[in-house]
Design a protein around this ligand. Sequence first.
Ligand code: ADP
Length: 614
Amino acid sequence: MSETTIEKHTFQAEIQQLLDLVVHSLYTDKEIFLRELISNASDSMEKLRHIEATEKNIHEPTVPLEVHITTDAEAKTLTIADSGIGMTREELVKNLGTIAHSGTKAFLKSVKDSGSSPGNMIGQFGVGFYSAFMVADEVKVHARSWREEGEALVWTSDGKTSYEIEDSPGQTRGVKIVMHLKEELSEYSEEIRIKHLIERYSNFVGFPIFLNGTRVNEVEALWLKNKSEISEDEYKAFYQFTCKAFDEPAYRLHFSADAPIAINSLVFAPSENPERMGFGKVECGVSLYSKKVLIDPEPKGLLPDWMRFMKGVVDSADLPLNISRETMQDSALVRKLGAVISKRVIKMFEKEAEADPEKYRGFYKKFDRFFKEGIATDYPNRDALAKLLRFESSLTEPGAVCGFSDYVSRVKDGQDSIYYLVGGSREQVESSPYIEAFKARGLEVVYFTDAVDEYVVESLGEFEGKKLVSIRHGGVELEENAAEGESLSDEQTTALCEFLKSELGDRVTSVASGRRLVDSPIIALVPTDGMSPQMRQMMKAMDENFKDEIKVELEINPRHPLVKKLSEAKDNNPELAKLVALQLLDNSLIAAGLLEDARDTVKRMNTLMEKAMG
Ligand code: ADP
């Protein structure tokens, strides 16, 4: 017997946890393990292809890049072998014994955070290599690195607490995984079962896959095929395998162009937004190819950052193969490519939204932040993106939404502004006094209720030539309304405004009469350069020392009985008039969500009530 050394290692604690979850979960789709392992094999051979471009000394350089799968129903084993980069001793320990992979970390974290069953989550994230232990009670990973100095080794584990590494004489370059299947899962050692699984999940793998010596997959770049030759199922399978996605694609764009640049592109919008599940910012999901050869799986600078949720493939035959990741960002060709694709993607969303508004609404609920981020950061696409925004307005039913194009299609003749109001919710916005005059005149007001909306509309500024105007601000000109009742005279109004300004002093920048109000006596307007209550709250949350004197413009309603009475009282009963003036200011601040300290308000209110009751 030859001498072999056996090294025993214990799994890192997190890996043990993970294995425990994987093995004991009730996850029904155990079959995805095959996709995970074939995907690892394919990644590894893809890496070898890249290494070949720069390295001369590669172990066994002539071995073809192929995946060989063998089933043995008698021994109840399934074997998956590739001729990729393999692993050295250190890599076996690091890659298979410790947690390095970000997806796995995210998976563990989400299981901990949610406290829910990990089963469904495996489906969402995939746990890569470790999924082998869902079906096997023993896994052997034979490995030989591409590096000349590498050794032929085998890593063995039952997936519980430890693994062993020893020599594996005869192992050629790459990795060969031998799984001994669990008793009740011996179906995975049947050729027909495995054949169907490969067809289902791995048809587009860029390397030939052989099952028991026979080629099973068609290696084809779906994005180069004619749309009419591709079925919905093929698209879906491509999305799930090539884009490593676990959900259904919500939308897709498959297009080709020859001029000004050659493009073959197949990109998808997912139906689930991982950033909403608390996984932080995702990486760009659109890979860049040139004539079917992968150039960069996460090309920085190809697409605008807000499009990072999109997944798929962009292939341009015009791209030089040797373009490096560093020079890519500066390449005019890459920029042009990105510009063409982002325009097409936005157009695609616009069309899809028109074709099926309900579906788009559901999608928008999950992905709106990306579009909003685009408006704030992607200047060339800003106007096009504005068409994708959805919101409620004074003319939509509660819960229903519309877009700026709908708004513009129903504006009144001569209206050159789009009116909007930012608030916490529809109810809050609707009960604010700002709305009154617009309602009375039948002018539509857009309700923005997402915390980032204010910033987004401010960056947008206008839509199709119509200025976006916040009705919280002063300076909105409205037409005379026929329904308006008897008003104070101009002199009386001027005198009352002067009285209020002198009583309220520095707390107001100006007092004027306006046409805004119908049912309320007075309204506080934020100066055009002033902050909204939402913005103030954000500033306060960020900086506890934040202090900002609120100064508002007051607009009075010269037709309101209270205002008319105040006009008389300032001459007949100045003491009461002063109290009422202060109270009116506070009331307007409360309505605007701007009153910070209500102690004086309450005291004064009590005094006023006492007086009212004689
Ligand atoms: P990942 O999502 O990174 O593939 P896995 O858990 O599936 O996570 O694998 C962990 C690591 O093990 C991989 O990142 C890779 O470095 C290594 N690995 C797995 N399978 C192979 C293989 N067939 N050939 C070479 N290395 C592999």
